[in-house]
Every structure is written in C-alpha cells, then in structure tokens.
Design a protein around this ligand. Structure first.
Ligand SMILES: C[S@@+](CC[C@H](N)C(=O)[O-])C[C@H]1O[C@@H](n2cnc3c(N)ncnc32)[C@H](O)[C@@H]1O
Length: 215
C-alpha cells in the first residue's frame, strides 16, 4: 500500500465528522452539481471519499460509479449506500488511470475536494478528457489554498504544510489559486460553463468544464 492510500485509510473513520464544519460547502457543491446532471446518464465520482456525494446525487442520474484509492473510504461508502437502500451507485477501490475505464464512457465526472491532492492535476484532467463522452462535463470543487483564506483556515493550512514538510501527511497538498483551476480547464480543452467561489473564508471554488473537440 502506498503512503497516500494509507493516509486516506487512516482519515476515513473520522472523515464525515471532520467535514461537518464544511457542510455548507458540501451542500452548495451538490446543489450546484444537480443543475448540471439533468439528462446525464453515467457519472464517475473520482475520489468519492465516504460516498456522501454519490449517494445524495444518485436520484439525479441513471448510474454513478464512485472510486477512491482508499479501501477504507470505499468500505464506509458501501455501508452508507446499503443503509440508504441506494441501488444505482457502485463503489470500487481504484484510480482513474486504471485500464478498465473505457474512453468516452461517462457523461459527467465529479472531482470534489481532491484535485489539490493528486500528484499531477494536468495528467488527471487529460485522463478525465479521455473518459468523457463528447460534450461531457467535468464538475469540480477545489479548496484554493493560495486564494484569500479566513484567519482560522490559514492557520490550519500552515499546520498542514508543516505536517506535509515533516512527512506526517504524505500527500502533496497543492496550494492552488482559482485561476489555476481555470487554466487547467482551458489547457485541457474544456470550456468553462459555470464557476462560483462557494465560500470565501475557505476559498472553495466550484467550476464546471464541457469537453470540447481537441484543438
Ligand atoms: C478530501 S477527500 C474528498 C472526498 C469527497 N470527494 C468529498 O468531497 O468529500 C479526498 C479523497 O480523494 C481520494 N483520492 C486521493 N487521491 C486519489 C487518487 N489518485 N485516486 C482516487 N482517489 C483519490 C482520497 O482517498 C480521499 O477519499
């Protein structure tokens, strides 16, 4: 097991609890995403965590496949879906680069609160592009830690940076600006169709890109 997988496994049990204070952001992200999912059939939720978003959006679409590198997150997500009797969401431990995912097979791909943690966001966007059907949507929410943060959140981020630098957090927590997300979309041949700064204090940026033909 690699270090990042082990880190997310160790965060899984407390994940829902620790995210409660960002509930406004999660709720608003899902509300915004709903608008874009109408008439979209097959959705991939990349980095699904404990599955809350996939479960909550399951009634909007035909099928959601939700993946996460952490088997512990997936275990909790499966329990959540079973408890709510949700039948059209499947969960699997995995990465978006796994070969089983076919080109142009998804109508929409969600990447919520995870693009700042992957080693190569550009490569991820390229892979998302490959897996989306023509005019498919990538729907993202990303904490932009280089934008303006509230005093408390910036203290917290400083602590996270220290923990990253001494190896306690073995995940590359990237400090992005919202412009970086716009650039990622543009460079990846996505046309931005919606964007919103969801919560100034935590600089959470919601942005949707539509897959355009490669130029
Ligand atoms: C901050 S959590 C976000 C979870 C959920 N999307 C949400 O919005 O609450 C980041 C999640 O991304 C997963 N993750 C990180 N890198 C990944 C990768 N390369 N492939 C799949 N999942 C990944 C982690 O295991 C973790 O569950």
């Amino acid at each position: 097991m690699d270090k990042s997988e082990a880190f997310w496994d160790s965060s899984a049990d407390n994940y829902d609890k620790t995210e409660e204070r960002f509930e406004y952001i999660h709720r608003k992200s899902r509300k915004n995403a709903r608008k874009h999912l109408a008439n979209r059939e097959t959705v991939l939720d990349y980095g699904c965590g404990t599955g809350t978003t996939a479960c909550e959006l399951s009634n909007e679409v035909k099928q959601i496949h939700a993946i996460d590198i952490s088997s512990k997150m997936i275990e909790l997500a499966k329990e959540k879906a079973a408890a709510a009797n949700i039948g059209n969401v499947s969960f699997a431990q995995g990465d978006i680069f796994d070969e089983e995912y076919k080109f142009e097979s998804f109508d929409a791909i969600l990447a919520f609160n995870m693009l700042h943690t992957v080693p190569d966001p550009q490569a991820v966007m390229q892979r998302i592009y490959e897996l989306l059907k023509p005019e498919g949507l990538v729907i993202t929410v990303t904490p932009c830690l280089r934008d303006k943060l509230s005093f408390l959140i910036s203290l917290q981020i400083k602590l996270v940076q220290v923990l990253c630098s001494i190896g306690v957090i073995p995940v590359p927590i990237r400090r992005l600006k919202s412009n970086d997300l716009d650039d990622l979309m543009g460079n990846g041949n996505f046309q931005i169709t919606d964007s919103e700064k969801l919560f100034a204090g935590a600089s959470s940026y919601f942005v949707v890109g539509k897959k355009m033909r490669e130029s």
